[in-house]
Design a binder for this molecule. Structure first.
Ligand SMILES: Cc1cc2nc3c(=O)[nH]c(=O)nc-3n(C[C@H](O)[C@H](O)[C@H](O)COP(=O)(O)OP(=O)(O)OC[C@H]3O[C@@H](n4cnc5c(N)ncnc54)[C@H](O)[C@@H]3O)c2cc1C
Length: 159
């Protein structure tokens, strides 16, 4: 609904990809959006970058954002979260399961739970959730490293 309204009222359908916005200047009549490639001029602007981008101040605003907005950006926390979709040769979980919960400490708490995806494509897929420091850790691992860690994790629960 919101997107439809924006599209109908304000948009000429233009999409610009692979351009990093570096500055938003809304001090004049027109809003200037400066990117790594060019500068766009517009009457209205909706900024939809993630909170983390605002916290890192990778976009400079002129004039600076109002102090209440800056206080909100500084105060609200942002965490790390990763989803892993893992396909197994066979379903080792009980038939009819929807979620597997793992209760452990340290490394044995890394993959908190596994959602069982419906087997519509003939695949046995679990979706694992990793958050916090563990998410920061595994994002730097190769697929092979993640696979080995996950197999170690699962073997400690299934053996
Ligand atoms: C691992 C994970 C799993 C999730 N799973 C689900 C799910 O199953 N269901 C669900 O409903 N939600 C899920 N979410 C949440 C969902 O992804 C977000 O709520 C949603 O993507 C937010 O959309 P958005 O458009 O606000 O931000 P984003 O999707 O983050 O889009 C913001 C865009 O801004 C771009 N950007 C940032 N800085 C700049 C810049 N300086 N210049 C230009 N572009 C910039 C980014 O590249 C990005 O493309 C998940 C989130 C994560 C992290």
């Amino acid at each position: 609904m919101l997107l439809q309204t924006i599209y109908n009222q304000w948009c000429s359908p233009e999409l610009h990809l692979n351009e990093v916005v570096t500055e938003i200047d809304y001090s004049g009549d027109k809003i200037l959006v400066k990117t790594s490639k060019t500068t766009y001029r517009t009457n209205k602007l909706f900024v939809g970058v993630p909170l983390g981008t605002l916290k890192a101040r990778t976009i400079s605003f002129n004039p600076p954002l109002p102090s209440d907005k800056q206080a909100a950006i500084n105060t609200i926390g942002v965490g790390n979260f990763e989803k892993l979709f893992v396909s197994f040769n066979r379903a080792f979980w009980p038939a009819g399961s929807s979620t597997l919960h793992f209760v452990g400490q340290g490394k044995l708490a890394r993959y908190v739970e596994g959602w069982v995806l419906p087997n519509t494509l003939g695949l046995n897929v679990l979706v694992f959730f990793v958050s916090g420091q563990d998410a920061r850790t595994i994002i730097n691992w190769s697929a092979e490293e993640i696979k080995n860690d996950l197999l170690f994790f699962l073997s400690s629960y299934t053996s």
